[in-house]
Design a protein around this ligand. Structure first.
Ligand SMILES: Cc1ncc(C[n+]2csc(CCOP(=O)(O)OP(=O)(O)O)c2C)c(N)n1
Ligand code: SF4
Ligand SMILES: [Mg+2]
Length: 348
């Protein structure tokens, strides 16, 4: 009996020859349905689509369910799980030591807006080239669901406790303080989140993305404003975001005046199709106004709020040399004996 050979399906690889599985991490130990898992999937997809070399990525986090999630994507990249709320310092040190790394920081709303708020605000002032993602569920998931500082006024815990404090809007704070790529998305909106993450990978400054990421165990009930159903019902996208990588031609066809086209540092493009208004993402005052109005109207506005591709980043401000400090030879980093002798003479 003759057997017919079954052709092997072609391997799906990206532009650097890697397969989607090369971007995966360990199997997630988070609850099934946790929004954080969907964010990890989008990070994997964005890095695969753009052909980011995993060895160039540094994953940084603090403490929380969110902070665990870097273990579940890009398993062959560098990773540093730091102390609660202290990821910005570790990220700053990492990038100062090696400015060629693609730094992705994953934080939680507790990690950022409570214990880490001091580090967060100073990070936002510096325009460090870091992609800072808040996996925002309005609670401290890891410690069993207490309100965080992003929980909305009047939202209810499962046990009926009502939050009587107003929320901190991390996007408004980031825009005001100097971050240069600021947006909000929802873990359940695959398309928008992927486009914002892809754009983030082409930006050379601080990216701050607040991603609403429901906690199915402690904050997905009626009365919560961070549940899947509440966010779906109140999501008011500012624009439709599409991304065109630098290695592809823009073929999108759009009516003049309906879409803003933005060129990012690496030559990629973001196409922001206006939905309701003539929104200009380079206008800081307008960005803050949109956030304030959405808040007053009880809407969750999502999309790219603010973008500045002109501002120098932290490395440029500090005049850091192009070659990573971590790999500079001893001759470059150690002053010669003559110079040290002169310094010592100055103390005599
Ligand atoms: C210095 C310190 N204080 C408190 C804690 C306890 N703790 C662990 S995670 C956490 C909050 C996590 O909430 P969030 O950052 O929102 O992450 P989530 O678990 O919701 O993803 C707290 C208070 C700790 N680990 N370290
Ligand atoms: S407790 Fe909440 S935040 Fe933590 S893994 Fe479970 S669903 Fe996610
Ligand atoms: Mg949280």
């Amino acid at each position: 009996m003759s057997t017919t050979a079954v052709p092997t399906p072609p391997r799906k690889v990206n532009r650097i020859g890697l397969e989607p599985s090369d971007y995966k991490g360990k199997k997630s130990t988070l609850c099934a349905g946790c929004g954080h898992n969907a964010i990890s999937e989008r990070i994997i997809e964005a890095c695969y689509e753009l052909g980011v070399e995993p060895y160039r990525v540094a994953k940084l986090s603090g403490i929380g369910c969110s902070a665990k999630s870097p273990a579940y994507f890009l398993g062959t990249s560098h990773g540093f799980n730091s102390v609660h709320g202290r990821m910005p310092s570790v990220a700053t040190g990492t990038l100062l030591a090696n400015r060629t790394l693609v730094a992705v920081g994953v934080s939680g709303d507790g990690d950022t807006a409570s214990i880490g708020i001091g580090q967060f605000v100073h990070l936002m002032r510096r325009n460090l080239p870091l992609i800072y993602i808040i996996e925002d569920n309005g609670v401290y998931g890891l410690t069993k669901g207490q309100f965080s500082a992003t929980a909305d006024l009047g939202s209810k815990l499962k046990n009926g406790i009502v939050n009587d404090l107003p929320p901190i809007d991390t996007c408004a704070l980031a825009i005001m303080l100097g971050a240069t790529y600021v947006g909000r998305s929802f873990s359940g909106d695959k398309r928008q989140l992927l486009a914002l993450l892809e754009g983030a990978l082409g930006h050379n400054g601080t990216v701050m993305l607040d991603v609403i990421s429901p906690c199915v165990t402690f904050n997905d009930h009626a009365g919560s404003t961070k549940s899947y159903s509440y966010v779906r019902d109140h999501d008011a996208p500012l624009e439709e975001v599409s991304y065109v990588p630098f290695f592809e031609d823009i073929t999108a066809d759009y009516d003049p005046g309906t879409t803003t086209e933005v060129t990012l540092h690496d030559g990629s493009h973001l196409l922001l199709k206006k939905l309701n208004s003539d929104y200009d993402p380079t206008n800081k005052t307008e960005a803050l106004k949109v956030l304030t109005e959405a808040h007053d109207n009880g809407e969750i506005v999502t999309g790219l709020f603010y973008l500045d591709t002109q501002k120098p980043n932290f490395m440029e401000m500090l005049n850091v040399v192009d070659e990573p400090l971590a790999t500079l030879g001893e001759a470059s980093v150690r002053p010669p004996k003559k110079v040290l002798d002169e310094v010592m003479e100055g103390y005599q």
